[in-house]
Design a binder for this molecule. Sequence first.
Ligand code: A2G
Length: 548
Amino acid sequence: MSTTLKVSDPVPLVGSLDEIYSPAGVLKNGQRWDSLATKFASVFSGSKPDFIARAPGRVNLIGEHIDYVGFSVFPAAIEKDILMATRVTYADSPADKVEVVLKNTTERFVETTFASEYHSTDGVQLLNEGDERWANYFKVAFKGLHSHLPAKVLDEKNAKRPVKIEVLVDGTIPPESSLSSSAAMTTCSSTVVLEAFGARELIDRKEMAEVAIESERLVGVNSGGMDQSASIFSIPNHALYISFYPTLEVQPTRLPPSTPDHTFVIVNTLVVSDKKVTGPVNYNLRVVETRMAARALAKYLGLKAAKDASCKDLRGVLETYFNENGGSGHIQTEMENSAAVKETLDRSGEEAARIKVLEEKVEALYSSSTLQAALPRSEVEKLTGYSGDSFDKEFLSSFPIRADAFELYKRSKHVFTEALRVLQFQALCKQHQTPASDEDDGKQVYSQLGALMDGSQTSLRDLYSCSCDELNQVIDIAKRNGSLGSRLTGAGWGGCTVHLVPKPKVEVFISAMRSQYYAKKFPELTKEQLEDACFDTQPAGGACVYKV
Ligand code: A2G
């Protein structure tokens, strides 16, 4: 069933582990939660925590590198997560400041403490280097939320203002593996802060997601909102169709029932992907290229609003193009000129047809092969209509970028084709919510879903240039060993891949991965590390608080 979840729902208080994990995950995680509470009592010498906050990582099934452009994505939360066991001390009389003590069960993340005055969070400093940097995620969430807390919570007469928050963090999401450990950290920190300030019912999940997205940008990545939204809104057994335009909305969607069952297997290449590294392999550069591509397309289309905020991203250009040309009625005119637009409308509906129209405009704009290659700044200045200081201000001022050339054609082409694949993927899921009467029909739906995932990977590899040798190798092995659809997940350049595999083939699939990838590339891995690197996953629940 697919439902629209109210993004204005309060952050739920989840009372039992079965509401968070799959039946297989409950026991394993239950023990982990208990042992975290015990560890808390020992490292903070005293009583057990008051509560444990949880935020999951995510696997993106399809819709890569299009969230920051405004198009919809389709991730699912995973069972791997960040837990924060927390104790809060309230003063007998109103306090001026709160002290936060952060410890981690992993030794390399060293203990850190900071204090924050109630009237301002200016004293909370982020660190650029050192072993305490991991705490930046907590600090940005703390600062971000602080400015959103209702005045009555921060008011000095409120005796419920905490004087001390003690937190022990435990994570099972491998860092820098593209399963979104960073967004889980920000989201979990926000959940702790809301609970500590008694404000869980005062801020809705939408605001919480927006604050988490903004907060994470302060740590240096110009990210979209997929990861934080997946971590906050997910519900068990559902993937999440997340749209950002005109405003954040989520639709939990089940995968079609089938015989045999299908599942998603995650394979970690164990090649670290660091989004903040500057150079050509660079997340922020992709964000900038898509912004340049948006201005270039808006100029080419002769839009009146070409230089307005409404055209700062490719989604905005699409909306503006139709608004300025008579709304959805304009599709009719476009169809008269293009059989492909007509076919898309017939097969996938109006929104898909609008995307197809823009994809065709991209082809027309970059019809010469010189324009389809990497372009020097001078060429981008001509295409966008921004030059000199205004070019720097528009494209190069928000985040550090080092690049001599920009790929506008390939990035735009990826964005529009990927946006279309997401729509088709969700449509297939929604159309097949009841078991297929015939086994072959069930199989066919999964082949179609798999083909969309494969198409996404080809586009990420060839147009978005964010795959790498190891990701390609893993994908080749997967396709030879039962996967119906395989792609990188998250930002790319390393990290994890996701594969759609019929359940009866999972064992063979995993054993092929072990012998053909891990045994050759990482022969020293232990059994436990192997289990952690390649696993079958179930969509889990989102961020929550669990009273101990
Ligand atoms: O790459 C990262 O995971 C981004 N998240 C996410 O927003 C999305 O753009 C993805 C590629 O699809 C962060 O940077 C936190």
